[in-house]
Each structure stands twice: as C-alpha cells, then as structure tokens.
Design a protein around this ligand. Structure first.
Ligand SMILES: [Fe+2]
Length: 186
C-alpha cells in the first residue's frame, strides 16, 4: 500500500503530532476517547482543497495507509468506499479502532456476543446498537467490540488503528451460520 504522504505543515501532519503527544505508554484505557476528538477536529477542519485530502479523494483508492508510526505502532488509514460497500461483523482483537467519516454517510452496527463460548467455531451475536456516521462524526470501538460497516453513499472514511491488525489474533463472525473464525495474522 502506497502512502499518500501528507506534507509537513498540513492539517494531517498537525493531527499526527497531536496523537503522538498524548500517546504516552499507549496503555491508557481512555486513549481511544482522547484520540477521538483529535480525529474529529481533523475531519471537521480540513478543507477538501488541502493537497493531501484532495489527492486522497482524487486517487479514489479503496484503501490507503496514510501514516504508520514507527515507534508507537498506530496506523491511520484513509478509504474511499462505494455506496453499498460493507464489511461483515468482525473484531479487532486486542486493538481499538476509530471510524470517522469525512464525506458521505456510513452505518456501523455493534453486536453483543450472547453464547457461552464453549463450542469452538460457534458464536451467537445479537445487534446491540447502530451508529450513523456523517461528516465529522467519529466512533470508537474498543478491544473485542464486534462491529460491521455499511456505506450508504460514496464515502471517504478514516480508520485509526491502535496497532497493525495483521499482527494480532482477531475474529470474523457469520450471523446466519452462527459461526466464528479467526482472521489469520499475516
Ligand atoms: Fe473494524
């Protein structure tokens, strides 16, 4: 994945500096809720003409790694999602995630696991909450939170990952089959 590589002095660059400044050890259980307003501010204050944002939108790539912190491990992704784009229920294992919308409208459904976890490969989950994300709106999903996404419109979506998801153990859920399977770490 090629980074869009926002320039020094851009709103994105300032945002990353703000996240780095509050990160500390990275173990603060409130950290997701401290980064959330920083991402909200980025989404609400960045002009679509600002070079890095204009490039992200114009290139229209589905998935862009905008930034990966070499020391702290967090990653900021930027996505262009087509109307109807969906991602089946999944969790992010031990990581937390922020989803935010810059343009468009998406819906995130949160699920609660209701089985006793005694049968390997089986899981029963129920819909718990539906969040509607419009421009400038950010929601946090904490370690283990099961969620699915759906783009109502063509959307520019920002996803902040507390750590590289390809390196952790996490799961995907099939509602119809009542099954759960591990997303293989790379
Ligand atoms: Fe997710």
């Amino acid at each position: 994945m090629k980074a869009v590589a926002p320039a020094t002095g851009s709103s994105f660059d300032r945002y990353i500096s703000e996240v780095r400044a509050i990160w500390g050890s990275g173990n603060d259980p409130e950290l997701a809720f401290k980064v959330k307003p920083l991402l909200e501010n980025l989404l609400r204050s960045t002009n679509p003409d600002e070079l890095w944002m204009a490039k992200l939108i114009e290139e229209g790539k589905q998935s862009n790694e905008l930034y990966r912190d070499p020391a702290l491990g967090f990653i900021q992704m930027g996505h262009n999602q087509q109307p109807g784009h969906r991602n089946a229920p999944h969790d992010h294992g031990p990581c937390w995630v922020l989803y935010g919308v810059y343009r468009g409208k998406m819906e995130i459904t949160k699920y609660r696991r209701v089985d006793d976890r005694k049968v390997a490969g089986q899981a029963r989950v129920e819909r718990e909450e539906v969040h509607t994300l419009t421009p400038g709106v950010v929601y946090a999903y904490l370690p283990g939170d099961i969620h699915s996404t759906f783009a109502h419109e063509a959307s520019v979506v920002f996803r902040f990952l507390s750590y590289d998801l390809t390196k952790v153990e996490r799961y995907r859920y099939n509602l119809e089959k009542g099954s759960v399977s591990m997303v293989q770490p790379e």
